[in-house]
Design a protein around this ligand. Structure first.
Ligand code: ADP
Length: 271
């Protein structure tokens, strides 16, 4: 069950195994990080499997997962908690980070670089040996329950010039590099998640390999595994493959007419 709340929060509590295809030694490394209470930074382009990996690891380790989608309006209070005014006075309400600490959950902050510096700083004592969260407003210092782990993700290519993580933040984390999976594995993922046969999945991934090469010609965002799965699902629903690629891959990636026509040529050559 996933509960989504207004600040971009979701929680995973059920026992259904999320399907995840490992692409390297990320599962063993993460397990050791969890056992050794190390905070983890997942680096990689959007849509390459970081969130699915965390969902899978939380299931595998038997921990609840609290996911927070970061954005630039996210405040420290959104994470820690706040006093709510009620008819009979005020009452403290834990934020998702404090709840994760008390429950021994895995707390996953997606796209952490989007959050403001004064919000990110709150994570520092949780990402090093202290594993505590001082709450100024109540005077309480919450110690992390066994099993608590901090995991953050970020996309190094995206807005690199505008936003980056400070060295004082980065150096508190173990970094796991993610990228689009090798061809055979990406075909397996697109086929499994998109519901298409091997031939269609292979054609979609081969198209993506060519489109990703357009990065050198100015394509800022290249097609992710997620976009390929969207195209596969349209094909599975009976939409013509060329139209599926146009709507699910070409249109979301660029508004530039030259790049759009170069991408359409590649689609025509592939299907
Ligand atoms: P990110 O968090 O990196 O933006 P996601 O984890 O949401 O990306 O990945 C997008 C989709 O791609 C997932 O919902 C899943 O369907 C699929 N996916 C990507 N990599 C894998 C993988 N290794 N195993 C299983 N599914 C994957």
């Amino acid at each position: 069950m996933n509960i989504v709340e207004p600040i971009g929060l979701s929680e995973q509590h059920d026992n259904k195994e999320p399907w995840y295809l490992p692409t390297g030694q990320e599962v063993e490394v993460f397990e050791q990080c969890h056992a050794r209470q190390l905070a983890v930074l997942l680096k990689g382009p959007t849509g390459c499997g970081k969130t699915r990996f965390v969902e899978y690891m939380a299931w595998r380790l038997g921990r609840p997962l609290i996911t927070i989608a970061c954005h630039d309006d996210l405040t420290a209070s959104d994470l820690i908690g706040r006093f709510l005014v009620r008819h009979d006075g005020t009452q403290w309400q834990d934020g998702p980070l404090t709840r994760a600490l008390r429950e021994g959950a895995i707390c996953y902050l997606d796209e952490v670089v989007e959050a403001r510096q004064d919000t990110i700083v709150v994570l520092h004592p949780l990402a090093d040996h202290r594993r505590t969260l001082p709450i100024d407003k109540t005077g309480e210092t919450v110690a992390a329950a066994e099993g608590f782990q901090l995991v953050v993700s970020y996309n190094p290519g995206y807005q690199r010039m505008l936003k980056d993580l400070k060295p004082s933040t980065r150096q508190r984390f173990v970094g796991l590099d993610f990228d689009f999976p090798p061809l055979d594995q990406e075909v397996q993922i697109v086929s499994q998640e998109g519901g298409v046969d091997y031939a269609n999945a292979h054609a979609l991934v081969s198209l993506a390999v060519r489109l990703r090469a357009l990065r050198d010609r100015g394509l800022a965002e290249v097609p992710s595994t997620r976009l390929l799965i969207a195209a596969a699902r349209l094909i599975d629903s009976g939409i013509d493959p060329k139209l599926a690629c146009q709507t699910a891959i070409v249109a979301p990636l660029s508004d530039d007419p030259t790049l759009g026509s170069a991408m359409r040529d590649l689609v025509d050559a592939m299907f």
